[in-house]
Ligand binder design. Structure first.
Ligand SMILES: [Zn+2]
Length: 279
């Protein structure tokens, strides 16, 4: 980048020509498996067919092994060039990613299975996510609007939070599948057939000492069923919902999110969800 403040994020371009694709890790500095996967792929001897940018989004937070230093980077996109550290990173990174097709790697305490997060403002994100080897894709339009999905065409993958070789390998597997899906690496991505959900609303955590969640994420909870408890008192669903990122302690104020199914295939979600959206 030219002029002004030097780059606040770390970027390495690989492959022929200007980058058209980006793999981003370290939006949260303590989500280590994605950071390690970005470093591994960046340094690997691979035949890239398109220009790929490998990005470590928040090097200072990565060095400190902290989620962030001033403010949560994944809540301040598209950023502010005159703001605090993360707001400035967000502004620069958003500009950098604006014309690129991006995969961003994250870790969450709430859900061991990888799943994808997208935003239906960009229909292309549904096609990209449908080619990833994940069982579930979540459209978060209307919830947490200020994440990195605000920048260009951007798919987020949530992996388990743990810092392990196994989780790093899973992050790398997702990134390689993405790179194959956009023809930046040779070969076809593995078969994938995810189902699609919309993230509707947070589920607040009443105050208490001990919390439990008694349901599986993405498995529909019928009305009247107990899905969590606070100090042994059960919480019952008023209406049916599909839990997303629900866990007892993953977030301080909420258990996670209520969601609902929007399609069992890309064709179905395009017809029933995206077309309806357009009206
Ligand atoms: Zn994250």
């Amino acid at each position: 980048m030219e002029g002004g403040e030097s780059e606040l994020f770390d970027v390495t371009a690989r492959g022929p020509g200007e980058p058209e694709v980006a793999i981003v890790g370290g939006v949260h500095g303590d989500e280590r498996s994605g950071i390690r996967a970005v470093r591994r792929l960046r340094d690997a001897d691979l035949e890239f067919q398109r220009g790929v940018a490998f990005v470590l989004a928040n090097p200072a937070a990565i060095a400190a092994n902290e989620r962030y230093l001033d403010s949560d980077l994944n809540r301040v996109f598209p950023g502010d060039p005159n703001g605090d550290r993360e707001e400035r990173i967000a502004a620069q990174l958003c500009e950098f990613l604006e014309e690129l097709t991006t995969l961003s790697l994250h870790g969450t305490e709430s859900q061991p299975t990888p799943f994808a997060l997208i935003h239906s403002a960009h229909e292309r994100e549904f096609e990209l996510a449908a080619r990833l080897p994940v069982p579930h894709v979540v459209d978060h339009r209307g919830m947490n609007e200020h994440t990195i999905t605000a920048c260009g065409v951007n798919v987020e993958i949530e992996l388990a939070f743990e810092d392990s070789d196994r989780e790093t390998a899973r992050a790398e597997y997702q990134a390689r599948a993405f790179l194959k899906g956009v023809d930046a690496l040779p070969g076809e991505p593995p078969d994938a057939d995810p189902d699609f959900f919309h993230m509707d609303a947070p589920v607040q955590k009443p105050s208490g000492e001990t919390y439990e969640v008694s349901v599986e994420n993405f498995e529909r909870v019928p009305a009247g069923a107990a899905f969590a408890s606070v100090d042994g008192r059960e919480i019952v669903a008023d209406e049916p919902f599909s839990p997303i990122m629900m866990s007892p302690y993953g977030f301080s104020e909420i258990f996670g999110y209520r969601g609902h199914t929007i399609g069992e295939s890309l064709a179905e979600v395009t017809e029933t969800w995206l077309d309806r959206d357009r009206e």
